[in-house]
Design a protein around this ligand. Structure first.
Ligand SMILES: C[S@@+](CC[C@H](N)C(=O)[O-])C[C@H]1O[C@@H](n2cnc3c(N)ncnc32)[C@H](O)[C@@H]1O
Length: 354
């Protein structure tokens, strides 16, 4: 199999091995070996072999290559490269990741809600479906919807949490959502009819004191560090007195632009993660009081999505083409390692407008 893909390019066209390996070396030289290596796998013109892909990405390198993997390119180059990527609009980055095809994500995510965010595996016997319900219930308790509350979700995905809240409260009219994915918007219009709008929650203006509760699950990661203070200020203004902000997202342990920030552009173009401390400081500076904070393990969810994609391979490829199938296998396995090596953690905050 490796012999065959070494002769083809990104679109499956025949490619001379010299060109293929030149591209790999060039990308590794500019963006670092992690980027070059992962992109080389994504380019395979056939569906990746699942065990081989997982093992290649979890491979324990010789200490020198491992050092190179974690330290090249040097920090000033990482910053320059990243800054070039961060000029692209959020809309373009979101479309590239999320507008693959709804059927593709149906093949990967939990069947019941299609949550695209870390689940709460409370018992080792929990299925993905059960774990996503556990998470939904925990976030529901943090939001604590009351009759008459105006509730807004930033980055509402396939309406998973909106559906959960509506089912629990019997109330749909005061639930609102924003997304930048046209596929998700169309999915909601066709299936559920929630008040979901195609809006950029980073750049938009919010109605003053328009909401009692605002929450986001797995969407805050898309807000670039320099945008965070401004968006928090707007959210603070958009909440009624004593309003509540609930946030579930993943963040870094360090402020020092890791190599993974460059490799991450392969899957989430135009996004950059911030450090835990940066978030905490920004919440407090914007006038929020931290009421509760918990930490969660993303690895079991990532592994379930990986196994779902492999199990539903033909549907996923029909909907999203080989390129997206391979890209997601690579992204899920690489993200698993990213969490396993302790580079990032999933956090959940309940905040109150002070
Ligand atoms: C990983 S999905 C999570 C979806 C959902 N919250 C869930 O838990 O399944 C991220 C969501 O954030 C949305 N999103 C990201 N950046 C956004 C922005 N600037 N404005 C609006 N929506 C955004 C995407 O469109 C997508 O719906």
């Amino acid at each position: 199999m490796l012999g065959e893909w070494s002769k083809r390019d990104f679109n499956g066209r025949k490619m001379h091995p010299v060109k293929r390996y030149s591209l790999f070396f060039l990308e590794s030289l500019i963006y670092g070996p992690t980027y070059g290596y992962l992109n080389q796998l994504i380019r395979v013109p056939e569906p990746l072999h699942p065990e081989m892909c997982w093992d290649l990405i979890q491979y324990q390198w010789h200490p020198f290559f491992n050092w190179l993997r974690l330290n090249y390119p040097p920090r000033f180059m990482r910053r320059l490269l990243l800054n070039r990527r961060l000029v692209q609009s959020h809309q373009a980055g979101i479309a590239e990741h999320y507008d693959v095809a709804n059927e593709f994500y149906e093949a990967m995510l939990d069947e019941k809600f299609m949550f695209y965010s870390c689940a709460d595996f409370l018992k080792s016997s929990d299925s993905l479906e059960q774990a996503q319900e556990n998470k939904a219930q925990a976030i529901f308790d943090l939001i604590d919807p009351q009759p008459g509350d105006e509730i807004l979700e930033l980055g509402s995905g396939w309406c998973s949490m909106l559906r959960f809240i509506a089912a629990q409260t019997g109330e749909k009219e005061r639930l609102h959502g924003y997304t930048l994915s046209r596929d998700q918007l169309e999915f909601n219009q066709r299936e559920f009819g929630f008040d979901v709008e195609f809006r950029d929650f980073i750049t938009m203006d919010y109605p003053q004191e328009g909401f009692d509760k605002i929450y986001s699950i797995g969407a805050w990661e898309h807000v670039r560090p320099r945008e965070i203070p401004g968006v928090l200020k707007k959210l603070h203004g958009a909440l009624k007195p004593n309003g509540r902000l609930v946030k579930h997202f993943f963040c870094l342990h360090t402020d020092k632009t890791p190599v993974s920030a460059i490799a991450g552009q392969l899957c989430f173009p135009g996004s950059e993660l911030s450090s835990y401390q940066f978030h905490v400081d920004a919440f407090e500076k914007a006038g929020f009081r931290i009421v509760r904070r918990t930490i969660h393990d993303y690895r079991p969810t990532l592994r379930c999505w990986y196994d779902n994609l492999v199990r539903n391979r033909d549907i996923a490829i029909k909907a999203g083409r080989i390129r997206n199938y391979n890209r997601h296998l690579v992204f899920l396995a690489a993200t698993w390692r990213f969490f396993d090596e302790g580079e990032s953690m999933v956090v959940r905050f309940q905040l109150e407008k002070a």
